[in-house]
Structure formats: C-alpha cells, structure tokens
Design a protein around this ligand. Structure first.
Ligand SMILES: Nc1nc2c(c(=O)[nH]1)N(C=O)[C@@H](CNc1ccc(C(=O)N[C@@H](CCC(=O)O)C(=O)O)cc1)CN2
Ligand SMILES: Nc1ncnc2c1ncn2[C@@H]1O[C@H](COP(=O)(O)OP(=O)(O)OP(=O)(O)O)[C@@H](O)[C@H]1O
Length: 198
C-alpha cells in the first residue's frame, strides 16, 4: 500500500530550519549542553534501572552524546548503536558498542560499528532506545532526518520493550509539527534544560 504524504514540503522546510539552528550553537554551548544532558539522562530513574541502552553517535549539530556514553559505560550499562541494515532498506540493526568496537563511516557518513552478526542485539533485548531527532513538538511528535529508520524501529514499542526516549537540544522544540500517520510519538524527550513526558 502507498500513501500520499500530506506535509512533505512543510516538513522539509522545518528540517532545514531546525538543522541550521542546532548547527549554529557554539562549541562552548555544545560542550555545556552535552554535560547537562548527560547528567539528566544518567540520573533518570528509567535509565538507572535499565541494563541495555541504544545510544547514537552525534553528527550535524546533534546534542553531543560522547560524555553520556562514557558515563553510561562507567556505570556498567551495556550500550549499542544503530547500524543501517545491509539489505533491508530503511531498517536498522542494533550492535553492541564497547570502547573496543571498530567503527566505520556508513553511506550516510555516520560512524557505526562494522557489521558482525555476533554483536547484533535483538530489539527485544533492548530496554531503552535513546532516539535522535531533528524536531519535537509539545505533544511528543517527532521529526527525524527523513529516512523513516526510527519510525520503523519504534512502530511496536507500546507492545513491549524497548522504551524510546528522544534526546535533543532545547532549540529543537517547536509548538506543533505537521505529523504523518506513520510518525511514532515519543513518551519522553530529554533536553539539557527539561525532561518532557507525555
Ligand atoms: N546520529 C544519528 N544517527 C542516526 C540517525 C540520526 O538521526 N542521528 N538516524 C535517524 O534516522 C539514522 C540515519 N538517518 C539519516 C537519514 C538521512 C540522512 C541524510 O539525509 N543525510 C545527509 C545526506 C546524505 C549524504 O550525504 O549522502 C544530509 O545531511 O542531508 C542522514 C541520516 C541512523 N543513525
Ligand atoms: N513504519 C513504517 N513502515 C514503512 N514505511 C515507513 C514507516 N515509517 C516511515 N516510513 C516511510 O519512511 C519515509 C520517511 O519518513 P519520515 O520522513 O517520517 O522519517 P523521519 O522520522 O524524519 O526519519 P527517522 O525516523 O529516520 O529519523 C516516509 O516515506 C514513510 O512513508
């Protein structure tokens, strides 16, 4: 079945605007926000009671996850990273991520673990997926980079694990997003300044 996207052009305009906004943060702001967010995430009760967490490696002005990742490793969490599925277009695999993991740049120029089937963690074994986004609104709707990767991954989250938590800068919040029917709203978004819950 195919659907006509209702808001494709409005969504692309918003993507461009918010990506510019986060890329315009200064290096100092990026450092400060990364530490603030790491503190908020690491002390979040749901994170503290979880064992396996999917993180992401930041690019394009995204909130820098490096301090958070170091802290979660030190606290003994098992981490994983999204990897573009080698033959199932638009889907992600999740691979274990340790300080020893070899990283390569994928076709979207994002670092990811080299594919190794022994390191794949099934979705059912993930407790939390920290979810990147371009914009989020006051109802928890999320707009991503446009690949539909996380929409597909999170489609069934309410029927079980993993629990998604968006991670973004405060400046990525907008009042209302033009949502399409496949968009999966988030139950929480953590920013350096706030924990949003719906
Ligand atoms: N850090 C991070 N990792 C992530 C995501 C993300 O949003 N952030 N993704 C969330 O889904 C997936 C990758 N999704 C993406 C979808 C589109 C583009 C994109 O259009 N990128 C370029 C053009 C690509 C190119 O140079 O060939 C661009 O900047 O316009 C990038 C990533 C998986 N990993
Ligand atoms: N659950 C799904 N099943 C099949 N196709 C989907 C699904 N979710 C999204 N898509 C398709 O993926 C494409 C991109 O969707 P969208 O623009 O909402 O991505 P995004 O949320 O910005 O990206 P991402 O989730 O990767 O961060 C759309 O063409 C949409 O039809």
């Amino acid at each position: 079945m195919s659907y006509t996207p209702l808001y494709a052009s409005a969504r692309n305009t918003l993507r461009t605007e918010i990506r510019l906004r986060r890329n315009n943060l200064t290096t100092e702001q990026q450092k400060h926000f990364a530490l603030q967010a790491a503190e908020r995430v690491a002390t979040h009760s749901r994170i503290q009671s979880s064992k396996t967490i999917s993180v992401f490696l930041s690019f394009d002005g995204e909130l820098n996850t490096a301090p958070l990742i170091d802290r979660l490793w030190r606290e003994g969490k098992q981490l994983c990273l999204p990897v573009l599925h080698p033959f199932s277009a638009g889907n992600l695999l999740f691979l274990r991520y340790t300080p020893e993991t070899a990283l390569i740049r994928n076709r979207l120029k994002i670092l990811e673990p080299q594919l190794d089937v022994t390191q794949v963690i099934p979705l059912s074994q993930l407790d939390i997926i920290l979810t990147p986004l371009v914009a989020f609104d006051s109802t928890g709707q999320r707009l991503g980079m446009g690949g539909g990767f996380y929409d597909r991954t999170l489609k069934h989250w309410q029927e079980g694990v993993p629990y998604p938590i968006g991670l973004a800068h405060d400046c990525q919040h907008v009042d209302a997003l033009p949502a399409e029917h496949w968009d999966v709203p988030l139950p929480e978004v953590i920013t350096p300044g706030t924990v949003w819950t719906w």
